[in-house]
Design a protein around this ligand. Structure first.
Ligand code: ZN
Length: 190
């Protein structure tokens, strides 16, 4: 396994529409290796999601996941339970359908836009249809933070960055100032 270089905002690969993967692509050693390397890269940079275009591979694939925190760790805001775990997943050719019309705004970061945070509206609940890394068709209904992460990562496959989804740039903040003025909690990058 290896740690991959992460493309930063301005690199054209982040603005390209990524190509779908066929069933035989998914099972190929090259894509299986890419998935392993993406999980390792996500862990290395303490991200909670990483899309293939972020590591210069313009294919419709992302990994995500955050292990639950140990029971002893402090929980100091109402969203914390929701943020404590996102199931480990590698999703291929994901298709998102919002459930209902409710949107919620919350902070996001991105490994391709280092040290910046901003508030982004996302559908509260979605159904996502995709293939897993074995090529099996899967469908999940998810809400809250997991739904946010999946929407952020799927946007990467269409060349969309979280700035594009913001209603206003007023909330944009550097990480230091975020920590000083806006948060007493850990924020993750996607
Ligand atoms: Zn991102």
């Amino acid at each position: 396994m290896s740690i991959l270089k992460v493309a930063r905002m301005g690199h054209p690969v982040l603005r390209a529409k990524a190509r779908p993967l066929s069933a035989s692509d998914i099972r190929s050693p090259r894509i299986q290796q890419l998935i392993d390397d993406m999980f390792e890269t996500m862990r290395e940079y303490q991200g909670i999601g990483l899309a293939a275009p972020q590591v210069h591979a313009s294919v419709r694939l992302f990994v995500a996941g955050l292990a639950p925190k140990s029971a002893g760790e402090a929980v100091d805001d109402e969203d914390a339970d929701d943020r404590q775990s996102v199931p480990l997943m590698a999703l291929i050719n994901p298709e998102i359908t919002p459930v209902g019309r409710e949107a919620v705004e919350d902070w996001e970061g991105c490994l391709s836009i280092p040290d910046i945070r901003g508030r982004v509206p996302r559908a509260r609940e979605i159904v996502v249809r995709a293939y897993d890394r074995t090529g099996k068709r899967i469908e999940m209904r998810v809400s809250g933070f997991t739904a946010r992460v999946i929407q952020h990562e799927t946007d990467h496959l269409d060349g969309i960055l979280f700035f594009d989804r913001m209603m206003s740039f007023e909330s944009l903040t550097f990480l230091d100032e975020f920590g000083r003025f806006w948060s007493h909690r850990e924020v993750v990058e996607e």
